[in-house]
Design a protein around this ligand. Structure first.
Ligand SMILES: NC(=O)c1ccc[n+]([C@@H]2O[C@H](COP(=O)([O-])OP(=O)(O)OC[C@H]3O[C@@H](n4cnc5c(N)ncnc54)[C@H](OP(=O)(O)O)[C@@H]3O)[C@@H](O)[C@H]2O)c1
Length: 301
């Protein structure tokens, strides 16, 4: 089968399509034929060699997101032919999704949304689970005030919509004027590009997607979650009674089912910037590196 692998770290030209052995699903695993995947910042960092300790050994198959068709559900209850989505924690398992066939634990797999194509669905798993699990940690209740820093990004844009669906009042810090309309259109109240405008707004919770560390914006006794692992820990705010975390996404089929329902009931809109073919993987990474994306890059098998 085809797999996108690297055997060294570097610029997008280290990415190659190789002929790899087909995976054999173990007990409790499901074998999926990949239809589409997508690019995430972690894939870029892994290819570059920027992850450091904990990177799987070379050569490695890259990729976390997966949308495809079940080939063999084994005893998992998933049936051959079902449209599914999944996230594989590639860094901890070495099990990349950028391959024709992927075997994953059934607990990491969920039904794909019916209302979008599998290419669009492939943009959901990693950023969607990160948004969902971090909002769960923040435990934002209906009516509470949440600030999302980076609300027009892949994770932030989904978090904004999920938080609104849960009844939270959401404000947004975005990088540039072009993102202001996106945040307003998806339910944000106050939207700014100026972090100084956030001082003393006393948010119940802050969801920080890029290491903004706008700690002055959270109320005493509030919650502050970052997902920007490489920016380091959130400053200690315990003297103000603020709980902090740097959240790490984990495989979670139940969470994916929740996301699928939100897509199908119209609460969650997915944004696909463009779709590249498998053989265009180097060009896809080059486009990702240019930045300024409004939506995600899908890769279609
Ligand atoms: N811990 C985890 O488990 C986990 C999971 C998923 C992602 N992540 C990490 O979380 C980060 C976000 O991921 P993503 O996929 O959402 O990336 P993304 O789509 O690039 O989103 C990041 C957003 O933050 C904005 N931003 C960056 N610097 C800013 C600034 N100074 N002021 C205002 N906005 C700013 C970006 O705007 P521009 O586009 O204008 O730069 C973009 O809209 C990445 O570093 C990723 O590696 C961590």
């Amino acid at each position: 089968m085809r797999a996108i692998q690297i055997d060294r770290f570097g610029t997008p030209d280290v990415l190659g399509i190789v002929n790899a052995p087909e995976p054999e699903p173990g007990p409790g695993e499901v074998l999926i034929r990949t239809v589409a995947t997508s690019l995430n910042p972690v894939d870029d960092k892994t290819r570059e060699g920027a992850i450091g300790e904990g990177t799987p050994p070379l050569p490695m198959t890259l990729g976390w997101d997966l949308a495809g068709i079940v080939v063999d559900g084994g005893a998992t209850g998933l049936r051959a032919g079902e449209r599914v989505i999944a996230m594989s924690h590639q860094l901890s398992t070495g099990r990349g999704t950028w391959a024709d066939l992927v075997a994953l634990p059934a607990e990491a797999v969920a039904a794909a949304p019916q209302s979008v194509s599998l290419a669009e669905a492939a943009t959901l798993p990693l950023p969607g689970l990160t948004a969902l699990q971090t909002l769960d940690w923040l435990a934002v209740k209906a009516g509470e005030r949440l600030l999302i820093a980076g609300a027009a990004g892949a994770v932030g844009g989904l978090a904004l919509q999920i938080a609104r669906a849960r009844g939270a009042q959401v404000d947004a810090l975005v990088s540039r004027d072009a993102h202001v309309a996106f945040a307003h259109d998806h339910g944000a109240g106050f939207v700014t590009t100026d972090r100084n405008a956030l001082q003393d707004r006393h948010y119940d919770a802050v969801f920080d997607t890029f290491g903004a560390f706008v700690t002055e914006a959270v109320a005493d006794g509030g919650r502050y979650a970052s997902i920007a692992t490489q920016a380091g820990p959130v400053p200690d705010l315990s003297s103000r009674g603020v709980r902090t975390t740097v959240n790490q996404v984990r495989e979670d089929g139940a969470g994916l089912n929740e996301l699928t329902e939100l897509v199908d009931d119209g609460s969650l809109q997915l944004r696909m910037h463009s779709a590249f073919g498998l053989h265009e993987i180097q060009a896809a990474h080059a486009r990702f590196l240019q930045g300024g994306l409004a939506g995600k890059i899908a890769v279609v098998f």
